[in-house]
Design a protein around this ligand. Structure first.
Ligand code: ADP
Length: 196
């Protein structure tokens, strides 16, 4: 069983790949962005709070996000492994997750960095804005999200690299090609799909 994280700039295709890897590796995909959007849709208190940050391209405060993830990872389906998408994305969130996993005697087995060219990601996000109408996919907010990513999340890459758990995968190409690259990279770390 594996404890994985997929990390990369907005528009790199994390969510798409996380959904496919979750099936291939038989672990639940845990996306903080999806959880926040579900809450916005259902008009919960958390949703109202999250929306006020998301619509500006800012991160929801760590205190809120940390507790949410701990809760989710405590569910029965995540005890044997999970694939995190969009969390942790600040150094403080890494510390919080480390501490929580240490209590379980665990740590992240692999961090998949999905790389993508800046211009390509902006184009993808603008296309998605037209197709799905996500309220944080406007040009100004996209620019801010990319800035926040560079400031707060990009530094995590070096941190995970220094732990020896990072694999970098080129996010350009067809969805299938990218999935195959990730599966191969994980294979190199000894993380393989369970026998059918
Ligand atoms: P993307 O990475 O494509 O911008 P996500 O769906 O992962 O999109 O996240 C959308 C928004 O949800 C973020 O811009 C942020 O406001 C909020 N969010 C998601 N994950 C986190 C997190 N770990 N910490 C703080 N805010 C988060």
């Amino acid at each position: 069983m594996s404890r994985l994280l997929i990390i990369g700039p907005p528009g790199a295709g994390k969510g798409t790949q996380a959904a496919r890897l979750s099936v291939r590796l038989d672990v639940p995909a845990v996306s903080t962005g999806d959880i926040f959007r579900d809450n916005v849709r259902n008009g919960t208190e958390l949703g109202v709070l999250a929306k006020s940050y998301m619509d500006r391209g800012e991160y929801v405060p760590d205190s809120v996000t940390d507790d949410l993830v701990k809760d989710r990872l405590s569910a029965a389906d995540a005890t044997g492994g999970f694939l995190l998408d969009g969390y942790p994305r600040t150094i403080a969130q890494v510390r919080s997750l480390d501490e929580y996993l240490a209590e379980r005697g665990e740590s992240l087995d692999a961090v998949i960095q999905l790389t993508a060219d800046h211009e390509e990601t902006v184009q993808r996000l603008l296309r998605r804005a037209k197709e799905q109408g996500r309220s944080d996919d406007t040009e100004d907010v996209i620019r801010r999200r990319l800035e926040v990513y560079a400031e707060q999340t990009a530094p995590l890459i070096d941190l995970f690299a220094s732990r020896g758990v990072l694999v970098s995968v080129d996010g350009l190409g067809s969805i299938d090609e990218v999935t195959d690259r990730i599966v191969q990279a994980l294979d190199g770390l000894g993380i393989t799909a369970p026998a059918a």
